[in-house]
Design a protein around this ligand. Structure first.
Ligand code: KG4
Ligand code: ZN
Length: 355
């Protein structure tokens, strides 16, 4: 008996992703991004993203099938991101997946985008940092940081036991990078620009606030505060804006590299500290990173240091598998098929705010 061949479809934000996976083996991961069309607006415009998915879907699917050397008839099941994400964008992928499922008679699996970010770790050779060998350990922690989400998850079992431990109460981590970049006059998307500029700056030049780190939010391990594992980046963003305004009001040059480095330090300090704290307190000995912000060089460095210090195994997927893609959706779909989970009822609707 051969492992099932799964087609995965992702369209929750600006990436149209089609991936093909056989069991735990990645065959192809084809992504078409509409990022270029959003750059001049300084952020993803939902209407433009939806339209771009519509135009990109069929060519991306054709490309993926050709690259993997398979045809639609060979596919055993289809998996699609059904939420969370942009409503119109999700609608395109879900409609496409349903149409394919109806036309081919293949079973369809609705997939949670966030769990799929973790599910990518099921694939062989998916990691840039430490290959976990086969599968993922039990009681795994995940830190998901992108332009749309910022979460700490506890994953006991990928199919039915995923717990949200903490998330942002305002901006997503990537959004904070993008907004601060704009304040500093850098191009969108701001994360890579800040990462680069920060290398020329002093991260200790300015002490920016670490959101939700005060005792009243953190509490103690035996008596957790209301936001022990949560994040907030709006205060940090405002502090950077005030700082820049101060220099301008005094007629001084704005030390953009120092500000970029100090902002980045504040953001990734609190992100990695809370993720490692959650791992320690919940007995999770492995932490998996996901999302575009996982590309940040300082975040990776600090995560590595702090995980090593706490005896936590850090898993960092290859960058193409960290950002949004169809392979992660297929990987999780394959796991469900191999575990005998029933397919979704075709009547399911996309859910932009899926928990
Ligand atoms: O996962 P992703 O490609 O798309 C979604 O948001 O779903 O993440 C994009 C986000 C953007 O906000 C971008 O600024 C951020 O990831 N990003 C980074 C870096 N590379 C991308 N943030 C910090 N440092 C980076 N090197
Ligand atoms: Zn994502």
């Amino acid at each position: 008996q051969t492992d099932p061949l799964i087609l995965g479809i992702e369209s929750s934000c600006d990436e149209t992703g089609v991936g093909l996976v056989r069991g735990t083996q990645l065959l192809t991961n084809t992504v078409s991004s509409s990022m270029e069309e959003h750059i001049r607006f300084g952020g993803v415009i939902p209407e433009i993203a939806s339209r771009a998915h519509l135009e990109a879907f069929v060519p991306t699917l054709r490309q993926a099938l050709a690259d993997a050397g398979v045809s639609l008839e060979d596919v055993d099941a289809i998996a699609v991101t059904s939420g969370p994400g942009l409503a119109g964008a999700l609608m395109v992928g879900v409609s496409a997946a349903k149409a394919l499922a109806l036309a081919t008679g293949k079973p369809l699996y609705a997939i949670n985008h966030l769990v799929a970010h973790v599910g990518v770790g099921l694939l062989e050779n998916s990691m840039a940092v430490r290959s976990p060998g086969e599968g993922l350990p039990e009681n795994l922690g995940a830190l998901l940081v992108s332009g749309g989400h910022t979460e700490i998850l506890r994953v006991r079992s990928m199919a039915e036991d995923v717990e949200l431990l903490g998330s942002t109460i305002d901006d997503a981590a990537g959004e904070a990078f993008d907004k601060v970049a704009r304040v500093l006059g850098l191009n969108y998307p701001g994360g890579p620009a800040i990462d680069k500029l920060a290398k020329e700056g002093n991260a200790k030049a300015i002490r920016f606030p670490r959101g939700l780190s005060a005792p009243k939010y953190m509490g103690a391990a035996n008596e957790p505060g209301p936001h022990r594992y949560d994040f907030s980046f709006s205060g940090l963003k405002t502090a950077v804006a005030r700082c820049v305004e101060g220099y301008e009001a005094r007629g001084e040059n704005v030390p953009v590299a120092d500000i970029a480095a100090s902002f980045q330090e504040a953001a990734v300090d609190v992100i990695t500290a809370k993720a490692v704290l959650a791992c320690k307190e919940k007995g999770m000995t492995t932490l998996l990173l996901g999302g575009g912000v996982a590309a940040n060089s300082r975040l990776r460095e600090l995560a590595q240091q702090r995980c090593a210090g706490a005896n936590i195994t850090l898993l960092v997927p290859k960058m193409s598998l960290c950002t949004d893609n169809g392979a992660m959706v297929a990987a999780l779909g394959a796991q469900l098929v191999m575990n005998g989970v029933s397919p979704s009822d075709l009547a399911f609707a996309p859910d932009s705010s899926m928990p």
